[in-house]
Design a protein around this ligand. Structure first.
Ligand SMILES: Cc1ncc(COP(=O)(O)O)c(C=O)c1O
Length: 388
């Protein structure tokens, strides 16, 4: 007889990213669904990892991460956000940002706690909150510009509110927090014990000269925050799964207690390579222009179709409404595009717990021009067949 097992995530199936990627492979579709760049990463960075391995840096490193890397991150934070964080305790290197989010939430949440989550939301947030026995309090961003309704946030705060999750630039919407949002947030948390988890993995992908409103810029907010980053999104090496968390002493001490019994430490040679590569400021300073050009190029191609672009101010992503093409549900239409047009996307309804429909799909434009050309040419073809 099999033992009885009560699932901690009863209603959780396979993630939409896996579903769409499997479908894309089956139908040889161009995968604009998954947020992974398809161009080569820096050869110099690869060389540095190689060198670190050959130099013998192949054993466990410090629990908090290689000190040299933490020091370089602290320098970068001071340079970008004017905040002097202490690399000896306030930074921990993690195997990706998702791990950092999981660890931060596991560190602070207990059954009965409530966590404010804005939807559409990155897919790991809600399951991680639930695994920890806490309750996600879901607040919809306002379609079509996906702004936060701060009045609604105030109404949802209760004595059980433990934490507010933020994500700017936002996946999947491409919206960014403004200074006004920061003021509103401050008004809500001031004088409370509410914590903040700020997912800033797309910190460098902010367009049109806008500034990234990092929580690290605001000492009064940072003192109650975990701020999470991903090297995968900075150096386009998502498969390396390397990131870090920045938090004040008291929060980081607790974070480390959980971290040390999970992965304990991260890939050592990669940390050596990143510590050296971070000296090259231009590698990250050129990212806004590089990705804005990609977004603009993709938009100029998509202008030939009946898809309507929603504003994207940052991230790898661009949302498109297909209202003028089909009445089908987002999943049905995304499936049809994959099977019949040969282009895979992600239905935005998958980023809502209640599957909310706005007839919007997420496209990833972090791809070679050749890939974007072929994808849009397939969409035009599909559209022509549809209207013939
Ligand atoms: C908003 C957001 N947070 C976190 C991550 C995950 O980052 P990592 O690959 O470093 O775990 C992603 C990846 O797509 C993301 O979009």
């Amino acid at each position: 007889m099999q033992p009885f097992l009560k699932s901690k995530l009863e209603n959780t199936g396979i993630s939409i990213f896996t579903v769409m990627s499997v479908l894309a492979a089956e139908h040889k579709a161009i995968n604009l669904g998954q947020g992974t760049p398809d161009f080569e990463i820096s050869e110099e960075l690869i060389g540095l990892v190689n060198k670190a391995m050959q130099d013998g840096h192949n054993q466990y490193s410090h629990r908090n991460g290689l000190l040299a890397l933490r020091e370089k991150i602290a320098e970068k934070i001071e340079f970008l956000y004017g905040n002097k964080v202490d690399p000896s305790i306030q930074i921990t290197i993690t195997p990706g940002a998702t791990y950092a989010i999981f660890t931060a939430l596991t560190t602070v949440l207990s059954p009965g706690d409530e966590v404010i989550v804005f939807e559409p939301a990155y897919d790991s947030y809600v399951p991680t909150i639930k695994v920890n026995g806490a309750t996600p309090v879901l607040i919809e961003l306002q379609y079509p510009d996906y702004k936060i309704d701060w009045q609604l946030v105030k109404e949802k705060i209760t004595p059980a509110t433990k934490l507010i999750m933020l994500n700017s630039p936002n996946n999947p919407t491409g919206t960014i927090l403004t200074e006004e949002d920061i003021w509103q947030l401050r008004e809500i948390v001031e004088g409370t014990d509410i914590l903040i988890l700020s997912d800033e993995v797309y910190e460098h992908l902010v367009f049109e000269g806008n500034q990234h409103e990092s929580i690290l810029k605001y000492p009064d907010l940072f003192e109650r925050s975990f701020v999470v980053f991903s090297f995968g999104k900075v150096y386009q090496c998502t498969g390396w799964k390397m990131g870090y968390c920045v938090a004040p002493d008291q929060l980081m001490k607790e974070f480390l207690k959980v971290h040390q019994y999970n992965c304990f430490c991260c890939n050592t040679p990669v940390q050596y390579a990143l510590a050296s590569f971070l000296n090259k400021k231009n590698e990250y300073l050129q990212l806004p222009d590089f990705f804005q050009a990609k977004r603009d190029y993709f938009q100029s191609l998509m202008a030939q179709t009946k898809f309507k672009a929603l504003p994207s101010y940052g991230s790898y992503f661009q949302l498109y409404s297909y209202k003028d093409i089909s009445n089908e549900s987002e999943f049905q239409f995304a499936k049809k595009l994959t099977e019949k047009a040969g282009v895979a996307t992600i239905p935005v309804s998958a980023f809502y717990q209640n599957g909310k429909e706005n007839q919007v799909l997420r496209f990833c434009f972090a791809k070679k021009e050749q890939t974007l050309n072929e994808a849009v040419s397939r969409l035009c073809n599909f559209q022509d067949r549809l209207y013939k």
